[in-house]
Design a protein around this ligand. Structure first.
Ligand code: SF4
Length: 614
C-alpha cells in the first residue's frame, strides 16, 4: 500500500467533537464543541464512551438517570469503505455480575444511519431521562449552524402510532414520511424492556428502503433496544444530507478492504461463497457445530442448513451490502420462482442466527430456520441471546419432562419456538425474556446455560474458546479467540493467556475507529486510513496501544461495578468434552482455573499501572 497521507498531520488535541446532551424527561438539549484531550476523544466510538462512563456507576440500566451514549468513530461517514458504524454504549440490562450488578457494554451496527448522523455534524449524543410519551426524535440540519445550538435541530414527535408494530413496518412508515432520512428504531421487544433483556436496535439500510424488504442491520447485543425503550425513545430519524467528504488518496486502502485477505471470508469468492454462513460448513466438518444446546451430534443432521444445500433450492441467495460497501456480506435468501429467479424475500443469513435458531434448537429444515430468523428480526431481538435462551429451555425440558418450563418447549418444535418468540417479544414469556443467566439461576441449574457474565455465547462451542469470559460485549464481537482452536489447534496454557491478553482484544480496534469488523484491516492499514481520511497523526503502534487501553477501561469498569474474579467463568458443562466433537479437548476445570488466575493477574496489573483500577 502506498502512503498518500496529507503532508500535515495533526495531533488529537487539535481536534474537537460535536456533542449533544439530551434529557428526554424535559426535552432539554445542550450542545458543546469539546476540545479533544487525547486519542480516546479524537477517535471516538467505545474509546471515548468508556472514558465518559469511567466514573459512572449504575444499579439499574433502565433508570432515567442511566446514560446511553450514541456516537460514531472517526472513520464513520468518511469514504473509507465500511466506515458506517454507530455505537450505543452504556450499562447493559443483560450483562450481570454474580452480585447482581449490570455491566458496561456496547452494541454497534452498520447500515446508513451513522453516515447521516455524521452529515448532521454530530459526533456524539448522550441520552438521559425518560420521555413522557413514546417519542420519535427527528434530527435535521440547523438553520443557524454556527449558533449556540450547534449544527443540528431536534424535534420530539409522538411515536404512539409506531407502538406494537414490527421493525420493518416502522422503518418503511418513517421512510414514507422522511424520504431522505435513515433510522434507528426499536421493535416490540424494546417496548417491553422490563420483560425482555435482549432487545435490539435496528439501523436502516439503503437496500431496505429501496426494496421495502426487512433488511436492516442490528446493534443487537446487550439489550440496548430495551435501554432506548426505557427512555421511551422508539425511533431516531437522522434527516439530513450525507457528509461532504472526499475519497482522495483512499484508493489503495479501499482496495485492501474490498479485495484483501482480511475481508475474504465475508465475500462471495468465485469458488467459495458464503459470508459468515461459510463458517457453518467449517464447524460442521469439525464436528463442532452447536446442535441441541451446544451438544454437537457428530452427524450429518445440519447439512441441509449449509449454504450449498439451501442454494440447491428452492431458494436463491444474493450477496448484498450496506452503503458503498463492496464486501457485500449480507447473504439474503429469497424463495426461488418457477423461472429460477429470486422471488419473495425470506431472511438474511449469518452463521450465528441460523445456527442458534436452527440446529441448536434441533431444527434442520432451512425454511423453518429462515422463518425464525425473520421473526426474531421483526420483533427487534438479538437472535444470539434469543436462540441460546430457547436452547437452554429446551434442554431443561428434556432433562425435566415432569416439570417443563415455557409451555413445554422441545427440540425441533418449530411452531412452539415461533410462538415463544412472539410471546417473549410481547412480554408474555418473561422467564425466557430474562436471558439464560437469570433463567438458569431461577431454575437452579446453571451448568448448561451457555453464557459468560449473562451474555449468551455466539455459535462457537465453549469447549473451543476459554476466552469467552473476558469478552466485554459478546464473544464474537469483542474477543477474537473464538476461531483459534479450529484454525491453529493450540491447547497450551501460555498460548491461551497470550491469545486473550494480547491479540484477542485487538478485535476492539474497529469499535473505536468506526469501520465494520468485516473489513478485518491490519492496524497499519487502519492507521493509514485514519491519516489519509482525517489527517490524525497516528500509527499502528498508537492505535494498538489505544485499543489495549480501551479494553482495560472496560475491564476496570466491570471491576468497579462489582465483577469479581469469579465472574470470569464458564458454565460447568463447557469444561466437559462435547459428545460429538472431534477437536482437541483441553478446557478442563483445572486448565481454566489456572488460565483465569493468570489472565486476571495480567489485566489487574495492567489496569492498575494505567491508573484505571478503582
Ligand atoms: S461488510 Fe457487511 S455489514 Fe460490513 S459494511 Fe459491508 S455489507 Fe455492511
Amino acid at each position: 500500500m502506498t502512503t498518500e497521507a496529507p503532508a500535515a498531520l495533526s495531533p488529537p488535541t487539535s481536534f474537537s467533537i460535536s456533542r449533544y446532551v439530551i434529557d428526554l424527561t424535559t426535552s432539554s438539549i445542550t450542545w458543546e464543541s469539546v476540545p479533544c484531550e487525547d486519542y480516546e476523544d479524537a477517535l471516538g466510538g467505545i474509546a471515548r464512551a468508556f472514558k465518559l462512563l469511567g466514573s459512572v456507576r449504575v444499579d439499574d440500566p433502565y433508570a432515567p438517570s442511566s446514560p446511553l451514549i450514541m456516537n460514531l468513530g472517526l472513520l464513520t461517514g468518511t469514504r473509507v469503505m465500511t466506515g458506517l458504524r454507530t455505537f450505543f454504549t452504556g450499562y447493559s440490562p443483560l450483562k450481570m455480575s454474580l452480585s447482581g450488578k449490570p455491566g458496561p457494554m456496547w452494541s454497534t451496527g452498520s447500515g446508513h444511519f451513522g453516515v447521516k448522523v455524521r452529515g448532521l455534524g454530530i459526533d456524539e449524543v448522550v441520552f438521559t431521562g425518560r420521555a413522557p410519551e413514546p417519542t420519535l426524535l427527528r434530527i435535521t440540519p440547523s438553520n443557524d449552524p454556527g449558533g449556540s445550538g450547534g449544527p443540528a435541530e431536534f424535534e420530539f414527535l409522538s411515536a404512539a402510532d409506531l407502538a406494537g408494530r414490527e421493525v420493518n413496518d416502522r422503518i418503511q412508515d418513517l421512510h414514507g414520511r422522511y424520504p431522505d432520512a435513515h433510522f434507528a428504531v426499536i421493535g416490540p421487544a424494546g417496548e417491553h424492556y422490563e420483560d425482555v433483556r435482549y432487545a435490539a436496535i435496528a439501523l436502516s439500510t439503503d437496500n431496505q428502503l429501496k426494496s421495502g424488504d426487512a433488511k436492516p442491520r442490528f446493534a443487537g447485543r446487550g439489550g440496548f433496544g430495551g435501554v432506548l425503550g426505557s427512555k421511551n425513545l422508539f425511533a431516531i430519524a437522522a434527516d439530513g444530507p450525507n457528509p461532504k467528504v472526499s475519497g482522495r488518496g483512499l484508493k489503495d486502502v479501499n482496495k485492501e478492504i474490498n479485495l484483501g485477505e482480511g475481508s475474504a471470508r465475508y465475500r462471495d469468492l468465485p469458488e467459495d461463497r458464503g459470508g459468515t454462513w461459510r463458517t457453518m460448513k467449517m464447524m460442521q466438518e469439525a464436528n463442532s457445530l452447536p446442535e441441541f444446546n451446544f451438544a454437537p451430534t457428530g452427524t450429518e443432521a445440519s447439512v441441509p442448513l449449509l449454504r450449498p444445500s439451501v442454494e440447491a433450492g428452492p431458494f436463491v441467495v444474493h450477496a448484498e451490502g450496506c452503503y458503498l460497501c463492496g464486501i457485500k456480506c449480507h447473504k439474503n435468501v429469497y424463495d426461488e420462482t418457477s423461472e429460477g429467479e429470486a422471488g419473495r424475500y425470506r431472511a438474511k443469513v449469518d452463521f450465528e442466527p441460523i445456527t442458534l435458531l436452527s440446529s441448536n434448537l434441533g431444527i434442520f429444515d432451512p425454511g423453518d430456520g429462515l422463518d425464525l430468523i425473520a421473526l426474531s428480526d421483526e420483533m427487534g431481538m438479538d437472535s444470539i441471546s434469543l436462540g441460546v435462551t430457547l436452547g437452554y429451555a429446551m434442554e431443561y425440558n428434556r432433562r425435566h419432562p415432569e416439570s417443563p418450563i415455557a409451555g413445554g418447549l422441545s427440540y425441533g418444535d418449530v411452531a412452539a419456538a415461533a410462538d415463544a418468540i412472539e410471546a417473549i417479544a410481547s412480554g408474555e414469556l418473561i422467564e425466557l425474556g430474562q436471558g439464560s443467566m437469570r433463567l438458569a439461576l431461577a431454575m437452579g441449574e446453571t451448568g448448561y446455560a451457555m453464557h459468560s457474565k449473562g451474555i449468551e455465547y455466539p455459535a462457537y462451542q465453549p469447549q473451543t474458546n476459554p476466552g469467552y469470559p473476558w469478552a466485554l460485549a459478546g464473544g464474537h464481537m469483542s474477543m477474537r479467540t473464538f476461531f483459534l482452536l479450529v484454525i491453529e489447534r493450540e491447547t497450551g496454557l501460555d498460548y491461551w493467556v497470550d491469545a486473550i491478553t494480547n491479540r484477542g482484544l485487538l478485535y476492539l480496534m474497529d469499535d473505536i475507529t468506526g469501520l465494520c469488523k468485516f473489513s478485518n484491516l491490519a492496524a497499519e492499514h487502519e492507521a493509514e486510513a485514519l491519516r489519509i481520511a482525517t489527517a490524525l497523526d497516528i500509527d499502528a503502534d498508537g492505535l494498538e496501544a489505544l485499543t489495549h487501553r480501551t479494553f482495560l477501561r472496560g475491564y476496570a469498569a466491570e471491576r468497579a461495578q462489582g465483577f469479581s474474579a469469579e465472574d470470569y467463568s464458564m458454565p460447568a458443562e463447557s469444561h466437559e468434552p462435547a459428545p460429538g466433537m472431534t477437536l482437541p479437548y483441553f478446557n478442563t476445570p483445572e486448565f481454566f482455573d489456572e488460565l483465569r488466575r493468570q489472565v486476571n493477574a495480567v489485566f489487574d496489573e495492567r489496569a492498575t499501572e494505567a491508573g484505571l483500577m478503582a
